[in-house]
Design a protein around this ligand. Sequence first.
Ligand code: GLA
Length: 382
Amino acid sequence: MNFEHNVRNAFSTHFSRDAAFVVRAPGRVNLIGEHTDYNEGFVLPCAIEYATYIAVAPRKDNIVNVLALDCNNETDQFLLTQPLEFHPEQSWSNYVRGVVSELQKLNYQLTGCDICITGNVPQGAGLSSSAALEVGIAYAFNHLCELFIDRKQIAKIAQAAENNFVGCNCGIMDQLISACGKQNQALGIDCRTLDLIEVTIAPEMTIMMVNSNVKRGLVDSEYNLRRQQCDAGAKALGKTSLRDVSIQEFEQQKCFLDPQIAKRIEHIVYENARTLNAMQAFTNNDVQQLSKLMAESHGSMRDLFEITTSQIDTLVEIINNVLGIQGGVRMTGGGFGGCVVAFMPNDMVQEVIAAIRSEYQAKTGLRESIYISLPASGVCVL
Ligand code: GLA
């Protein structure tokens, strides 16, 4: 399916004129480093080939018209000259409105435009369809209005839209990788400084994402609760963030901590160390080491951070039984459903798919969706 072609066609049909340009903004998968971003720690995501496509043409007035092809062709319209309000019935609209509102807070001068949106980032799968939309919209206005905003700032504006307008208290990872992704590379991100380290993914290896299709009910409330617990943990240890807690320090102090808070801190402190080790291991294509690190990461999310579900654990077990030390697998993203990510030699892909197909539904009653992608580049004008 050619999404650029489709979005241009739909734009022309709906607005009776041609789009001036199309922006492509990718979703993401995180290879390791979960819930570390808002603790100013380390993450290792890559952008994926599944993306949001946004066709745009300028208008001579202050109106913004938006058409969402994948949401039953719903439309939104707002004025750039009036304060933007939260749209209670149309959740997708708030990602667009939120970005516009954040750009305006920073005094960027915006012009009216017509916008058409489509794409193939699976929604609600934990592959950051919302970050792709936010980053795509920010980049579209950047291009349309010649704002010269750099990619990291685009990511921050997109994150602010999600935090302040949509109301989800997410970290910077999803927006930053959608903005800054590199072809064939994962990016190690220091979430304190936003420094990026390119980590090459060996061409003989495949990144597979398997959506558990667990209905993600508790995501927002549990996510925000984990953030509060991490903040409480940092405070208890006299730090501004858990990034500053060393393994040694944690081990010395843990007996003095509330047991549940101690579990949350233990996950973050060791996950940061694992993520730094994994950057090296991916670079060396040390698959045995990655197998171990990803297994430890999953165990830690299951037992210490407590964000997996039984179906996700089953899926990880099925894949792990095939891969052994020849690959790695773990849950990826915020948790309570969504996807697992598996890293494996290209020639094991069929065997892994066969195992998932024959066992997952039988064991859980749910049917999976499988996605494969090379690491892709970040947001761009096509
Ligand atoms: C979600 C958030 C990210 C990050 C992950 C967990 O995807 O949007 O900021 O916290 O969860 O690693």
